[in-house]
Design a protein around this ligand. Structure first.
Ligand code: COA
Length: 330
């Protein structure tokens, strides 16, 4: 028994933050951002009363509508996020409440930009064991809540968004293999330092801007290129997949140059790579399911798909799956 994705949906806030807008906020320019990252614009959740769970709940509602099932049928909701509404309760808890998934339990999983593939792998196990029939995996992040919009090295990269997939049992298609990694030394290069138990919030941590993302871009870039390219190549090798066998690469959307390096290492032509970074920037846990949503109409049952990610922590990995359906549900 395999766990197959049987529906996908997403939610993006309406407000657009363009490179031209950022030029008015920090010392940057459209040409630099496009050529170094591939990003042209990103979405921002401006409503101060809304948070990650609201975006995630919208994605889950659309997901259920598309599949034609009721929220009460969901067994489990796993939410990948680094921008939980609160430290507790979990975002999964709040989403279950907002969509009416009264028979579900759930939890959050923290693996930054690799969160979706970590959560997908974890959720699949509950299906493969035969215990559950319907598991919802959400990738959602309100990155604007942890960005310093005076820091040009980070504020240009990120956007807000959410997407969700439904996992159900399948005898033919579904998730076949995964290769996932963590390296805690990555905390020295990319982190949100304060707000946890090591540096609880104080006036000083706020004044020092320690509640926002900080990164040393170049070491992160180098580790991402190597991590994502190597793991994607490795998963092809151990499943005897030649470039011709792979229908699609679904890479985490952090930087177009990281995606290009992964594509080259896998020996894939550009038309097999899903890229929407120009529209949404890096939405952290939401990038991969948002790609699946945007390309859903082009996917066919039996397509071999590699999902690949690299993120803060460090975390990285790849998932190999076979797509389960031809026609998107209306
Ligand atoms: N606009 C204009 N100039 C900028 C800038 C901006 N937004 N941000 C940095 N610069 C400047 C730097 O100050 C530096 O100037 P200097 O040469 O005078 O010192 C110059 O541009 C080059 O900076 P550098 O950091 O070497 O650029 P880069 O090519 O490494 O690109 C990143 C920077 C952040 C785009 C790149 O390192 C990256 O993508 N890293 C990985 C980030 C990531 O994906 N994080 C999430 C984890 S998945």
């Amino acid at each position: 028994m395999r766990a197959a994705i049987t529906s996908v949906a997403g939610y993006l806030p309406d407000d657009v933050l363009t490179n031209a807008d950022l030029e008015k906020m920090v010392d940057t320019n459209d040409e630099w951002i496009r050529s170094r990252t591939g990003i042209e614009e990103r979405r921002i959740l401006k409503d101060p009363t809304k948070a990650t769970s609201d975006m995630g709940a919208e994605a889950v509602k659309t997901l259920l509508e598309k599949r034609g099932i009721d929220a009460t049928e969901i067994d489990l909701i796993i939410v990948a996020t680094v921008t939980a509404d609160m430290h507790f309760p979990s975002t999964a808890n709040l989403i279950a409440h907002k969509v009416g998934a009264v028979n579900s339990w759930g939890y959050d999983l923290s693996a930054a930009c690799s969160g979706f593939i970590f959560a997908l792998t974890t959720g699949a196990k509950f299906i493969e064991s035969g215990q559950y029939k319907k598991v919802v995996i959400v990738g959602a992040d309100k990155m604007s809540s942890i960005i310093d919009y005076t820091d040009r090295t980070t504020c240009i990269l990120f956007g807000d968004g959410a997407a969700a997939v439904l996992l159900e049992p399948s005898e033919n298609h579904g998730i076949i293999d995964h290769k996932l990694h963590v390296d805690g030394n990555g905390a020295n290069f990319l982190r949100q330092k304060a707000g946890g138990s090591l540096f609880p919030p104080t006036h000083e941590t706020v004044d020092n801007k320690e509640h926002v993302i900080w990164q040393d871009g170049q070491p992160v870039f180098k580790a991402a290129v190597k991590g994502m390219a190597d793991v994607s190549y490795d998963i092809m090798q151990r499943n005897d997949l030649a470039p011709d066998d792979v229908a699609w690469l679904v890479p985490h959307q952090a930087n177009l140059r990281i995606i290009d390096a992964t594509q080259r290492r896998m020996g894939l032509p550009a038309e097999k790579v899903m890229i929407n970074i120009q529209k949404y920037g890096n939405t952290t846990a939401a990038t991969i399911p948002l790609c699946l949503r945007d390309w859903e109409s082009q996917l066919k049952a039996g397509d071999n798909i590699i999902l690949a990610a690299f993120g803060g922590g460090f975390t990285w990995g790849a998932v190999y799956l076979q797509w389960a359906y031809d026609t998107p549900q209306s």
